[in-house]
Design a protein around this ligand. Structure first.
Ligand SMILES: *Cc1c(COP(=O)(O)O)cnc(C)c1O
Length: 389
């Protein structure tokens, strides 16, 4: 029977089932067990001196770690992948692997806020200059002699702008710069980052990979060009992930394909219903034809996930709070990508350097549509809207 070693030719849903599994190496058990371990014993003094063996120390690798990195590498189609303890650690490890003192970094303005803070607070200390660009900007005039990397996040955090990744890659590679992408919204199943030329693909596995709101984990995948530096940096930083969290993530990815399909269908049903409401000024969902970057999304993505935003018509904050408090099925809290629906208000203009006329004029809400019945979610929003006016 096939195992996770050679998945070429199989479709995405077959790959999420097989990836990272090697039952014959685990006495026939379907799943790779949880190997708890720091010390790995060498077979002889000679092996010890030569550091010889498939495993040499628990921080570097174990069968449990290999199962998940193998699965992720096969989804991403890169040269290799590493695991880190959170999505933010995936962002910082990816950036640290390709930047040095004196470098210039082009960073998308609609980036996940803690990524922005890492650049401003930490990269600055190490002599890396970050310059923010609006998601749709022409990057050509922004490149400098020392521009070492371009960071993308598509769709953008909260405001969901889609970036023209192939165009950015062409510009960057012509100037010897590396392109990073935070691909958490789409996962490798819905956007093939390396296939579109991205060198370093970042995933907050906390979201859809694990899918159950019970794990913090991240992964970074690199193509052959960026892999040696990523592997070296990851090892030097001493990053590793506990095997129980890896096991939960492996369990999560087996259903990634079916979950994403349902997240897309339900999020579109809820988004379409919201778009007709008088309280709603605008729906920001890349899979809807009225999204400003819908054509780019259609060209490059294989589907949409469950996260989108809406902009309300101007209304008192107190009324928004009454609406939020009336919801029974949408929890209020950070993170997303789990089986459950979530909602949080946001003020996009506050975190941005380049306010745009496209951006929220009234209060805005970020919504994650989970795996509940969409009719129940819509009924819940409907009853809560009564509190908004
Ligand atoms: C949540 C998130 C992260 C950070 O993930 P954590 O596991 O919470 O550290 C990074 N990027 C994006 C786009 C995210 O949504």
């Amino acid at each position: 029977m096939a195992d996770g070693k050679d998945l070429s030719g199989f479709g995405a849903d077959t790959r999420v089932v097989l990836a990272g599994r090697a039952p014959r190496e685990q006495h026939g058990f379907v799943n790779t067990p949880v190997y708890h371990g720091s010390t790995v014993l060498f077979a002889s003094a000679e092996d010890l001196a030569a550091h010889r063996g498939r495993y040499t120390y628990g921080r570097r690798a174990s069968p449990t770690i290999d199962a998940l990195t193998g699965a992720i590498a096969s989804f991403e189609g890169g040269a290799g992948a590493v695991l880190v303890p959170s999505g933010l650690a995936a962002v910082t490890t990816g950036l640290l692997s390709c930047l040095s003192a004196g470098d210039h970094l082009l960073m998308v303005d609609s980036v996940y806020q803690p990524t922005r803070h890492f650049c401003d607070a930490t990269l600055t200390r190490f002599g890396v200059e970050t310059e923010y660009y609006p998601a749709g900007a022409d990057l050509e005039p922004l490149f400098r002699e020392n521009t070492r990397a371009v960071y993308t996040e598509s769709p953008g955090s909260q405001t969901l702008e889609i970036q023209d990744i192939p165009a950015i890659v062409a510009l960057a590679h012509a100037r010897g710069a590396i392109v990073l992408a935070d691909n958490t919204w789409a996962t490798p199943l819905l956007f093939d980052a390396h296939g579109h030329g991205v060198d370093i693909s970042i995933q907050a596995g906390t979201k859809y990979f694990s899918g159950h709101a019970d794990v913090l984990i991240g992964s970074v995948s690199a193509n052959a060009h960026a892999w040696p530096a990523l592997r070296e940096t990851h090892g030097n930083l001493g990053l590793t992930v506990g095997p129980d969290d890896i096991f939960l993530t492996l369990r999560g990815i087996r259903t990634l394909g079916v979950r994403l399909e349902r997240h897309q269908r339900s999020s579109l049903a809820v988004a379409d219903w919201l778009a007709e409401r008088p309280e709603v000024a605008r729906v920001l969902h890349p899979a809807r034809a009225d999204h400003p970057d819908h054509d780019l999304w259609k060209r490059d993505f294989k589907g949409a996930s469950g996260l989108f935003s809406v902009v309300l018509n101007p209304v008192e904050n107190q009324s928004v709070n009454a609406f939020l408090d009336a919801l029974r099925l949408f929890g209020m809290g950070y993170s997303w990508g789990g089986f459950e629906s979530l909602i949080v208000p946001f003020d996009a203009a506050r975190a941005r350097r380049f306010p745009s006329p496209e951006w929220p004029e009234g209060p805005a809400l970020r919504i994650h549509v989970g795996l509940e019945d969409p009719a129940d979610l819509i009924a819940d929003l409907d009853q809560a809207f009564a509190k908004l006016t």
